[in-house]
Design a protein around this ligand. Structure first.
Ligand code: MG
Length: 426
């Protein structure tokens, strides 16, 4: 049973009186302090946000935040992409919209942060990315306060484990090396799907460094690379190919056609995110499924692409598109268009696990992104703490029943990778 106010009062005052005054303060004081710090699950209305701290790491690629309360429980989360300078945006939003508030009204606080930023960039980019971390940390906090995993707060789960694909990047790799790495992804780590990049700004086969019309030799290189990947993984492993939104429309069309023999799970961002109509046209002309969305923000950003049939699959990045509740809203909107959701993910394991709660909570989840750096860069093991394995043997993230997200951050480890000249968790 949870601790109640009356028990706290008893320990703080009543018991002292009953057992005899001053002598009592000493033996019972530590117990009273412990009780004072115990989460008041039976009195969540007493919960208040007291501080928001955070820091930038990975060369300002990632903002980690921690929201503290008056009950010695905290929530943590991560934002990615375009968070340069975000420390100060985080402090501003926290001061204006979070400090002193109850964290329990997550959706209301998220909407207050968004509306409060309408003339500060709350439509896309850094403001929304920072808001995403704060919103996600609120879910973590509420889960810890109520003793529930976040997927329960989001309405429950459709599945117990989250299928992931391994992003192995490598657009400059020779075809045989790309094939070897794809084989490693499958045989060494158990992944059932892989992703490789094919856009390469420094490819000498390009027409020039600024033009993004695909040249025939460039197209030949891409085709050879993905042919090698397909040959290496066999017919039953899914393959995604990423263009990072670089190419013009006719090039996007050519690449999609060239990929048809390889039966991709998707071709990602063949053209810039600013042209959802071009996505729709390319999609109509090819059997290669088209995916987009890592550079669209909030549910508003996905409405038009879904309305015009821009994508076979959408890929909101939940560490920058508005947060976990927003991710669920985007997924549910996509579901009304019969479009599956495959969240983009370039964060730490904290971000991967945060996204997993949303992936569990919607019917139209397809697959979540995973990064090869989790296996090759020790920083990713040092900066997070959690129980159990990161992945199952068959390439899935196991959903956890720990309260909140189920992954915490190691501030001391994060500090080793902190960006210089920016305050860190102050
Ligand atoms: Mg991408």
């Amino acid at each position: 049973m949870a601790i109640t106010r009356s028990r706290r009062s008893f320990l703080a005052g009543g018991a002292a009186g009953a057992l005899g005054g001053a002598a009592l303060a000493t033996p019972l004081a530590p117990l009273a302090r412990a009780v004072e710090k115990t989460p008041l699950s039976s009195s969540p209305s007493e919960l208040r946000i007291t501080a928001v701290r955070g820091g930038l790491v990975r060369g300002q690629h990632s903002l980690f935040v921690k929201i503290h309360t008056n009950q010695d429980i905290h929530g943590c989360a991560e934002a990615v992409d375009g968070v340069y300078g975000a420390y100060y945006v985080m402090k501003h939003i926290a001061e204006r919209h979070l400090i002193g508030k109850s964290p329990l009204d997550v959706n209301r606080l998220q909407e207050e942060m968004r509306r409060g930023g309408l003339f500060k960039g709350a439509q896309a980019g850094m403001y929304v990315a920072v808001m995403s971390a704060l919103e996600t940390a609120l879910w973590d906090l509420v889960g810890k306060a109520l003793g529930l995993p976040v997927y329960r707060l989001l309405g429950g789960k459709f599945r117990d484990k989250i299928r992931v694909y391994c992003d192995t990047a490598g657009s400059r790799l020779p075809p045989e090396e790309m094939g070897r790495r794809a084989k490693d992804d499958v045989e060494k780590y158990g992944f059932t799907a892989v992703k490789f990049d094919v856009d390469d700004a420094s490819d000498p086969r390009k027409l020039d460094p600024y033009n993004w019309s695909v040249s025939l030799p460039e197209l030949e290189r891409m085709t050879a690379q993905i042919a090698a990947v397909r040959a290496a993984v066999g017919p039953h492993v899914d393959i995604c190919v990423d263009c990072h939104g670089r190419f013009d429309e006719q090039s996007g069309h050519k690449i999609a056609k060239a990929m048809e023999p390889f039966d991709l799970m998707w071709l990602e961002e063949p053209v810039p995110a600013e042209f959802p109509e071009a996505y729709a046209r390319i999609r109509q002309e090819t059997t290669t499924p088209i995916c987009g969305g890592e550079n669209w923000y909030l549910t508003y950003g996905f409405r038009r692409p879904l309305e015009i049939g821009a994508c076979d699959v959408i890929m909101p990045d939940l560490q920058k598109a508005g947060g976990l509740g927003e991710g669920q809203r985007i997924s549910n909107l996509a579901n009304t268009y019969n479009v599956p959701v495959a969240p983009h993910m370039v964060a730490s394991y904290l971000g991967a696990m945060s996204s997993s709660h949303v992936c569990a909570s919607v019917p139209n989840f397809l697959i979540l992104e995973w990064q090869i750096y989790f296996h090759t860069d020790k920083m990713y093991q040092e900066i997070v703490t959690f129980d159990g394995p990161m992945l199952t043997a068959d390439g899935h993230i196991p959903l956890r029943d720990a309260p909140g997200i189920g992954v915490d951050i190691n501030e001391d480890a994060l500090r080793r990778y902190a960006v210089k000249d920016v305050p860190f968790f102050e």
